[in-house]
Ligand binder design. Sequence first.
Ligand code: NAD
Ligand code: SIN
Length: 471
Amino acid sequence: MAGQEIISTEPATGAVLWRRMAGDADAEVAQARRSWPEWAARPLAYRIEALRRFANVVRQKADAFTDLIARETGKPLWEARNEVDTVIAKVDISVTAFSERTGQRRIDAPMNTRLALRHKPHGVLAVLGPYNFPAHLPNGHIVPALLAGNAVVFKPSEKTPATGSFLVDCFHAAGIPEGCVRLLIGGADEGKALAAHPDIDGLLFTGSANTGIALNRQFATRPEKILALEMGGNNPIVVWNTPDLYSAAVLVVQSAFTTAGQRCTAARRLIVDQNLYEPLIGEINKLIGRLIIGEPHADPAPFMGPVIDNDAADMLTESFVALSTMGGRPLRHMERPIESRPFLTPGLIDMTGASEKVDVELFGPILQVFRVDTFEEAIAEANDTRYGLSASLVGQDPKLYDQFWANIRAGIVNWNRPTNGASSSAPFGGIGWSGNHRPSAYYAADYCAYPVVSSEADSARASIGLGLRDA
Ligand code: NAD
Ligand code: SIN
């Protein structure tokens, strides 16, 4: 809401990190609209050069950027550093993706003519970001959007505005015109105002399914605007026929609890062969007991930090209790070691035979466990969700992987690898409630430009061969 102050606090300590008044969508869109034509008219080589300078600015500021992301999200320093490296790598990946997927080419045509396939930018694109990867994910839209010749208005999550602001400053420090990358500070109200703005040409969204579905509804009557939705998941990891239960447990723990479970690709459901259940849960429990949970700068480095804030921690704690009341059997209780801070220990709960199943994304360190007797039941259980982002099979039988790959419904299907840790060099997106069939990462190029086909000849020499009376 205009006139409202947005305050960012460090989840690990509660200290105020950053504060600023919410911005005005009208003003930011107007600036972007004014600046866009000049940027779009620049040669591609100019925009590539500018984005390479951006990558260099981020490289130079990598330590400060890492520290800021770690403080603002609570994630460990090593993980924040990976995020900064991903921001830098995005530029070269986007340049390759642009030329491969949305570059230009000639198509031969008859009669001395030619067809030219080229791509044009949409214009002004709005970007709405989430808090879990506050730099990497919006950057994953912004870099390809700018490269294609769009101007951008970016609204970071109200929980991570300082990181959003730092990212935008890096674009400006690289000489990308200030009007071409605008920062809109604010919460859901500013997001709504931006999404509804008549002067945007599209919206690139990463966030929850609830918000994404509301946006999808809103854009249903605006077919002229591009809408790319990257949403959440209720992702399964299936463990079947594997001799190495320790490695299986590591893959499960990495999938479910990295970033304190705040990844869209985090495993939310472990589906396991009844016969492996006892020993596998034993290994997982031992590993959870060894995980270091602490503040981002702690030494030794923690595996995971807190969740984003106390509201999220309260909601997760209540959800764990609610799962128990539905008949879930806690295998490891989720605990909150410091009452006033949102640190949570991983919770593990057996939901086999529970009276109810909830197909919602619990965005934190909760893993639900389901025991099944056959591999077919495992796949059916894995597919029992409205989402379809990522899924993993842990098991040594390639035939089972073939069956899994063929029958599982997800945009990311992994084998003996975690559900998370997706590569920017590949398309990234899901089906069902995980997206609207506009995958991001390498395929972001596709939604940042539209194809234009031109039939061209050097001169206007023409004749009608048939169907004409003599002159
Ligand atoms: P969120 O949906 O609450 O917010 C995302 C952004 O939308 C924020 O900037 C927020 O201010 C804005 N917003 C909220 N309500 C809005 C409205 N009605 N209209 C317009 N804008 C609005 O998501 P979050 O809690 O910040 O992020 C976590 C979620 O993001 C999880 O569900 C996670 O799975 C998902 N996520 C998805 C991906 C992916 O690529 N598929 C990646 C990371 C996170
Ligand atoms: C995310 O975008 O939330 C996670 C991406 C991944 O780790 O796969």
